[in-house]
Design a protein around this ligand. Structure first.
Ligand code: ADP
Ligand code: MG
Length: 500
């Protein structure tokens, strides 16, 4: 790795443009009825159409068009009404057709933008960037070449060939690796929200290529770019960009020139390696695909897609902080996955406006014990057995002072998971968790005995050490074996200290 001094690095600006491929969640392929499933037996989901055998004709998958438009609408793109597909001709073993069917001149989504917020944990720096999109176009995927370790041959699996993709192409607007990471993470969140793609970078159903160049600060023309591939996580996209920045600056600062080429990222050592130079690339000889008629997007088709758009994470975040009064952090966590946001909304459904403490309690459940349960069991909310209405009952019990959150998280949650059809109050009762000790008659003797045990602390409290309240609270809760309403206890403890 070239060693470039920070002062030299500071003289240069990093310029990044991203190309993100997303496998669309369609049942079948983009031009053929073969299943578009992941992980099947190799070479089982391939029809003669996918292989473009003579006499076969492709037919466009309507759902793929819908999903591409969904993504475009979410990003504020202009939706092209007149679409043609083109043949991009090249030879490669995993492309048995000899050409890729793609959109060259008329991408289905044009322009658009995405605002991203980035944060760097290490330096504690943060910022935001507005990233303009160049386009989103539809195309088919190629098959997969598999290079077994210690083998001299390459294996081909053509199941992926013909799978529907969108390619999201940004303008070269990104200036930091963190911005690129944040952009990719936000795109992944959006495709999941929209049901466009499962967003799995590790399995490659979402893939990101980074175009990277450098230029001296103040220079207005762009430097020569390198395209980096083979990063299978947001983190690795950032690492690859950081490495490429230093490599290019070292080259240019020493009087050399960057070569236009495609490079592969190696996650083991964090470096990039030349794969092929752009100059050696074939001319793709694009021409309109003669077997597919132009596709016209009608007003009705577009309006139906618009009407079916779900609420976007940013809008939900605003609702969660505004209408529900949740902290920004909670709103961010709860809207990270659509299933979490949907679950929360279902829990909150029916609570009066202004029930802020209930919303916060529901949020605590989702961010705390429920999240822990899902992590432990490697499951998600989509298969979580406890229905939202049940969690609403739990929060209502808590709110009425009949349930202690800590205890309920430990004991009631497993019971609810095991018997989700039974009312929460009934299960809590059976487990002995329903608090009778909200009445003062039961609590006051406990409080008095605790205060009697800590005379020095009581005196200190009365002289102004108010934070000792926590100690008394803890002792009373312990004495009540946790079966007391913390709010009530706190109120009674304060009264006892202030009046006695
Ligand atoms: P190509 O014809 O080589 O594919 P494009 O103009 O289609 O190049 O751009 C592909 C991607 O590269 C886009 O995301 C674009 O923003 C980005 N890009 C173009 N030029 C540069 C540059 N000089 N530095 C960084 N990224 C760039
Ligand atoms: Mg390109």
């Amino acid at each position: 790795m070239p060693n470039v001094s920070p002062s030299i690095l500071a003289d240069y600006e990093l310029v990044i443009g991203l190309e993100v491929h997303c496998q669309l969640l369609t049942q079948s392929k983009i031009f053929a009825p073969d299943a578009a499933a992941f992980g099947g037996e190799p070479n089982t989901d391939i029809s003669p159409i996918t292989l473009a055998h003579p006499g076969t004709l492709p037919r466009l998958n309507r759902r793929a068009v819908e999903l591409a438009i969904r993504m475009g609408l979410a990003l504020g793109s202009h939706i092209a009404r007149y679409n043609v597909f083109d043949r991009k001709n090249y030879f490669y073993p995993d492309l048995p057709k000899g050409f890729q069917t793609t959109q060259d001149k008329t991408p289905i989504c044009q322009g658009g933008q995405l605002e991203v917020q980035w944060r760097d944990q290490a330096s504690k720096q943060s910022g935001q960037a507005l990233v303009r999109l160049n386009r989103i176009h539809l195309e088919e995927d190629a098959g997969k070449s598999i290079h077994p370790a210690e083998a001299s041959h390459t294996l081909l699996d053509l199941n992926r060939a013909g799978t529907a993709l969108i390619e999201i192409v940004t303008e070269p607007d990104l200036r930091r690796a963190e911005e690129a990471g944040a952009f990719l993470a936000e795109i992944r969140r959006l495709v999941r929200y929209l049901g466009v793609c499962d967003g799995n970078l590790e399995q490659g159903s979402m893939r990101c290529d980074a175009n990277v160049s450098v230029r001296r600060r103040g220079q207005t023309t762009l430097g020569r770019k390198v395209e980096v591939k083979n990063m299978n996580s947001v983190r690795n996209v950032q690492r690859a960009i950081e490495h490429e920045f230093e490599r290019q600056v070292a080259l240019v600062a020493a009087g050399g020139q960057v070569v236009s080429e495609t490079r592969l990222f190696n996650a083991d050592n964090g470096q990039t390696y030349a794969m092929r130079t752009k100059e050696e690339l074939n001319d793709y000889r694009y021409f309109p695909e003669p077997d597919l008629a132009p596709v016209l997007i009608t007003d009705e088709f577009l309006q139906a897609i618009e009407a079916a758009m779900p609420a976007m994470p940013k809008a939900l975040q605003a609702q969660f902080t505004g209408q529900f009064g949740l902290p920004a952090y909670d709103a961010e966590v709860l809207t990270d996955e659509k299933s979490t946001a949907d679950y929360f909304l279902a829990v909150a459904d029916g609570w009066p406006t202004g029930a802020t403490s209930r919303y916060k309690a529901a949020s605590n459940w989702l961010m705390g014990p429920i999240k822990a349960y899902l992590n432990e069991t490697s499951t998600d909310l989509a298969t979580f057995p406890v229905p939202p209405a049940r969690l609403r009952e739990v929060v209502d019990l808590q709110e009425a002072g009949q349930l202690n959150f800590g205890q309920a998280a430990k004991q009631l949650l497993p019971a609810l998971v095991a018997q989700p059809q039974r009312p929460a109050a009934e299960l809590a009762q059976q487990l002995g968790l329903l608090l009778a000790a909200t009445d003062e008659g039961a609590l006051l003797p406990l409080i008095q005995s605790v205060l009697a045990k800590f005379p020095a602390e009581v005196a200190a409290y009365r002289k102004g050490k108010k934070n000792l309240q926590g100690l008394f609270m803890g002792e009373v809760m312990k004495a009540a074996q946790g079966k007391a309403d913390p709010k009530k206890v706190s109120e009674l403890v304060r009264q006892a200290l202030e009046t006695a």
